[in-house]
Design a protein around this ligand. Structure first.
Ligand SMILES: *Cc1c(COP(=O)(O)O)cnc(C)c1O
Length: 334
């Protein structure tokens, strides 16, 4: 099977870079949703805790339960709120407030312009009243920026709206509420030392999708994808490789089959145009189910060393390359 290498040093390096902006480990919430962006949920939880992080962010309560022992606080983005000593649950709508278990710890998401999740600005007072009436323990108020990674001023009007939310919540009399709105891109663009918590995802794994002029931190990819050799053969000029025989050897070549394919999360689309591996080898022809062919006889080859560059080759972003890597693949910390 193909496998994944996780560079502990690079992960710690990236976390240190953000730590230099927040000033405290406690204010970094490591986002571990989608199998920790393909890196492995439990593995990355463990490494985060070794580094000294105390907070995590996940999508489901099941994910939270799997990593509970590594953290003091876990924010769940997308499940019904129930009572749990470590977890707080995101309220995305008035309905979420109505179905939340009495006494559960919750964080209210306010829609400041992204229009994906969260209550609208005009529902704020109604939501706060409901939260109080239903005896929920309000821990935080949050929002999400829709274009922190684009060259525009939108981030600033969203931040301004969030300031307005902060004032209105203050008038309501809730005490000790935390406010958070920063993802990786926002954390790269703005100062973070006043933030109660940043929700750090992609940046921790080594990527910034920001236009170059914003790139202030030096981040390093944590994950690389490797495949092992199954067999080697010599192709004569004119012989074809793989399903559909779309690759025709232009000359005699030494070609090997490697164990990477759909089952590992490698897409067919990634070979519509010959995909070039981290070592500069073009994948020959189509992915043949669980195998690819390369002009190489090496025992192991690195397919992806940088998910941003790999993504650009096939018209996608680093997130997608990484999150679709199969959960069943071995992940080895180096
Ligand atoms: C995924 C997610 C994040 C992390 O975003 P990155 O761009 O990966 O840093 C932060 N907040 C919320 C609500 C998210 O869903």
């Amino acid at each position: 099977m193909a496998y994944i290498k996780i560079e502990r040093q690079n992960f710690f390096h990236n976390l240190s870079q953000f730590l230099s902006k927040t000033g405290s480990k406690e204010s970094i919430g490591i986002v571990l949703k989608d199998n920790a962006y393909g890196h492995g949920l439990e593995l990355m939880a463990k490494l985060s805790s070794e580094f000294g992080l105390t907070q995590a962010v996940v999508r489901t309560y099941d994910e939270a339960k799997e990593i509970k022992k590594y953290f003091e606080q876990i924010l769940v983005l997308g499940d019904k709120a129930i009572i749990d000593d470590k977890c707080s649950f995101t309220l995305n709508s008035l309905d979420d407030i109505k179905i939340a278990q009495k006494g559960s710890t919750v964080e209210l998401k306010v829609d400041t312009g992204m229009h994906r999740n969260g209550i609208s600005m005009s529902q704020l007072e109604e939501a706060l009243t409901l939260i109080r009436d239903r005896d929920l323990n309000l821990k935080g108020i949050m929002t999400h920026n829709r274009s922190a990674d684009e060259l525009s001023s939108e981030l600033f009007w969203q931040q301004k709206s969030f300031e307005d939310v902060r004032d209105r919540v203050g008038e309501f009399g809730f005490k000790d509420i935390r406010f958070h709105s920063y993802n990786s891109a926002t954390s790269l663009r703005l100062g973070c030392s006043d933030e109660d918590m940043i929700r750090l995802g992609i940046g921790a794994y080594g990527y910034s999708e920001l236009p170059k002029i914003y790139d202030s931190l030096n981040l390093k990819p944590v994950l690389s994808l490797w495949a092992r050799k199954i067999s080697t053969r010599v192709l004569k000029k004119g012989e074809r490789v793989g399903y559909g025989g779309t690759f025709i050897a232009p000359r005699e070549m030494i070609v090997s089959t490697y164990d990477l394919g759909y089952g590992d999360g490698w897409m067919r689309s990634s070979t519509m145009k010959p995909f070039v591996t981290a070592e500069g080898l073009s994948i020959l022809g189509r992915v043949s189910m669980d195998y690819i062919s390369l002009e190489s006889s090496k025992d192991e080859v690195c397919i992806v060393g940088n998910a941003l560059f790999a993504g650009r080759q096939i018209g996608t972003i680093s997130y997608e390359i990484m999150t679709q890597l199969s959960e069943g693949m071995d992940r080895e910390v180096v």
